[in-house]
Design a protein around this ligand. Structure first.
Ligand code: ADP
Ligand code: MG
Length: 634
């Protein structure tokens, strides 16, 4: 004890001892957060002082500028954080610093008691309040004077071990609080301009009161997200975006949101012009920076935005979240969840507006970020809005660049058309060769092209748009398309006579015989006009590409059994039919049917061993080249 006016020694309450014990002994890696805590307390104190003066209360040192100053003494291993805020009276000092219930630390302590393992990350992510200073301090002295005129200045002093001392100070000090940190040996790094400036820039850059480190203003970028939209200039948004992302280009879009219910927050979101890494399945680089009252709490917080909108970056700042809240606290998660759903809705309506009013810009967005956006099919709460925003290439376009929305598709459907048709394929060329497309081409019905497996999952998950069901061309029963007129007349082939029709049934039975258990059935196709044959799924539960994915997942290498459909009017089939009629057991016919079947498998990606097919083909070429020579007398 010193010989001060009235000194008194006090024991820390048991819970503070417990907190101190945890802080002093178990935490090293996140030491620097103590500065964030002190600065945030200083900022709160300034905010309260401002509030008092706005209320017109009488204030001590009324014309002091509201600011935070950080100084240090390298030799004495000393760091001082001062503010000209509301200050504290002796009672307030006892009450606020001496009682854990007053500080957010209580929540931390509760959590810490439950889970010792996660402590380090708890401290890093959420503040533990004033006492975190003892991670770096061997002694702390607080000198403070209340804003209320006439209150004496007081000093608080503690080594954080078990007791603290409060003394009245007789010398005149100005209103506000000064926290003097006597650094521990392993924390001397904090008596350093560079180190402290970097920490302030990282955690406290957007505090609205000036922060000076050794007389130099450190926080220069205002927290523009907290300003009214009308007062922020485009250049300011841009400057902030570049500061945030290190992007050299301006953002593609800026979205400034301020919300009061169901939870208060401001947010500033940007859509970059370039997509960052594709999400793949190791997707973890997304999220928004979470601030509480301008103090950075966590970067890239995933809970604030769903993954499919993860192309957006930016900040969210809330008054409703306590600075010192344990990370897993339920209440906090509920708040984050609410913010995330508000932001999701805001972003989706922003995109919708862009899609209707600025088509070109939207297509630009789609081409850059569409691949990620597509993942949104699983956001059931917003599926309708999601579906409005997705785009596809389709049979209507000459190349893969054209894009159509479901709404545009619907505008052009045939009368009585109740489905939205789609086909999956790795490329336009592959899709063009898909035999299932022939009937759609013949009838001029638009088909959406899906080049990405994700699109198929999306279709299966969303199922319909407005009154239109999504239907894969593979699953369409040709009979259901009869009502639509055929635009392109099919190539003329003599229709089969009555007698031949009966023989054709036997011909099909022979084909089934040749292919045996490999197919479920051989039948006449109603969907083909150009190809001689194709394979069709007997049950229309799944498209063949989906089936393939599932097979890969389950390491199933079997070839699924399908229906073999033949085009009765195709010249090749007619030739085989003629051969069959001449000799129902002809070898050539057998080889040709095998070849056609394997070609279909090859098109669908099922043929694994090409040896047999290649040698059969050479055999057929041997024969046909011989016949060709004979015919042409070559
Ligand atoms: P929290 O900031 O979450 O309330 P802290 O442990 O950081 O918890 O601080 C405890 C209390 O101490 C604060 O609520 C405030 O009343 C008081 N306090 C701390 N620092 C200052 C300061 N610089 N000026 C005035 N009061 C302060
Ligand atoms: Mg605090």
């Amino acid at each position: 004890m010193t010989g001060a006016v009235s000194a008194a020694k006090h024991e820390f309450k048991a819970e503070i001892k417990q907190l101190l014990d945890i802080l002093v002994h178990s935490l090293y890696t996140n030491k620097e957060v103590f500065l964030r805590e002190l600065v945030s307390n200083a900022s709160d104190a300034l905010e309260k002082a401002r509030f008092e003066s706005l209320r017109g209360s009488e204030a001590a040192d009324a014309d002091l500028p509201l600011e935070i100053r950080i100084t240090f003494d390298r030799d004495k291993k000393l760091l001082v954080v001062s503010d000209t805020g509301i200050g504290m009276s002796r009672e307030e000092l006892m009450e606020n610093i001496g009682t854990i219930a007053k500080s957010g630390s209580a929540e931390f302590l509760k959590k810490a008691g439950e889970d010792k393992g996660g402590l380090e990350s708890l401290v890093g992510k959420f503040g533990v309040g004033f006492y975190s200073v003892f991670m770096a301090a061997r002694e702390v002295v607080i000198r403070t004077r209340s804003i209320r005129p006439g209150e004496p200045a007081v000093e608080w002093r503690s080594d954080g071990l078990g007791t603290y001392e409060i003394t009245d100070i007789d010398q005149e000090i100005k209103r506000g609080t000064q926290v003097v940190v006597h650094l521990k040996e392993d924390a001397e790094e904090f008596a350093d301009n560079h180190r402290v400036t970097a920490i302030i820039k990282k955690h406290s850059n957007f505090i609205s009161y000036p922060i000076f480190v050794e007389d130099e203003r450190v926080n220069t970028i205002p927290a523009i997200w907290r300003e009214p939209k009308s007062s922020v200039k485009k250049e300011q948004y841009e400057e902030f975006y570049k500061f945030l992302t290190f992007d050299s280009e301006a953002p593609m879009a800026t979205l400034h949101v301020s919300v009061d219910a169901p939870v208060q927050f401001s947010s500033l979101l940007f859509i970059p012009r370039q997509a960052s890494d594709l999400p793949g399945f190791g997707k973890d680089r997304y999220g928004l920076d979470l601030y509480v009252r301008r103090v950075l709490i966590e970067r890239g917080k995933k809970e604030l935005i769903p993954e499919y909108l993860g192309f957006a970056c930016g900040v969210v700042d809330s008054e409703d979240l306590p600075l010192n809240v344990a990370r897993e606290a339920l209440q906090e998660n509920a708040l984050l969840h609410k913010m995330s759903s508000v932001l999701t809705r805001q972003l989706l309506s922003y995109l919708r507006k862009m899609a209707t009013e600025e088509k070109e810009r939207y297509l630009d967005f789609w081409n850059t970020h569409g691949r990620l956006f597509k993942l949104g099919y699983s956001d059931y709460a917003n599926q309708e809005k999601y579906a409005e925003l997705v785009r596809f290439n389709s049979s209507r376009f000459e190349d893969a660049k054209g894009l159509v929305s479901f709404d545009e598709y619907i505008e052009r459907v045939r009368p009585e058309q109740k489905d939205i048709y789609y086909v999956f394929g790795p490329s336009r060329e592959a899709v063009a060769l898909n035999p299932h497309m022939e009937i759609f081409r013949a009838k001029g019905i638009e088909v959406l092209f899906l080049f990405d497996h994700l699109d198929e999952f999306a279709m299966e998950s969303v199922r319909k748009y407005k009154d239109f069901e999504f239907k894969s061309v593979e699953h369409v029963d040709p009979a259901s398309l009869e009502k639509f007129e055929t635009l392109e007349a099919p190539k003329e082939t003599e229709p089969l006579g009555e007698e031949d029709k009966a023989v054709f049934a036997a011909f099909l039975a022979r084909i089934k015989d040749i292919l045996g258990e490999r197919v479920t059935e051989a039948r006449v196709s109603g969907r083909l006009s150009e190809s001689p044959c194709c394979l069709v799924n007997p049950n229309d539960g799944m498209t063949s590409s989906m089936q393939k994915i599932l097979q890969i997942v389950s390491k199933d290498t079997s070839i699924p059994k399908k229906v073999f459909e033949v085009n009765q009017n195709h010249v090749l089939i007619r030739n085989l039919f003629a051969i069959y009629k001449a000799n129902s057991a002809d070898d050539f016919m057998g080889a040709a049917v095998e070849q056609l079947f394997e070609s279909s498998l090859l098109l669908e990606g099922y043929l694994k061993d090409p040896h047999e097919m290649v040698s059969r083909m050479q055999d057929i070429l041997n024969k046909s080249s011989g016949w060709y020579r004979e015919v042409t007398k070559g």
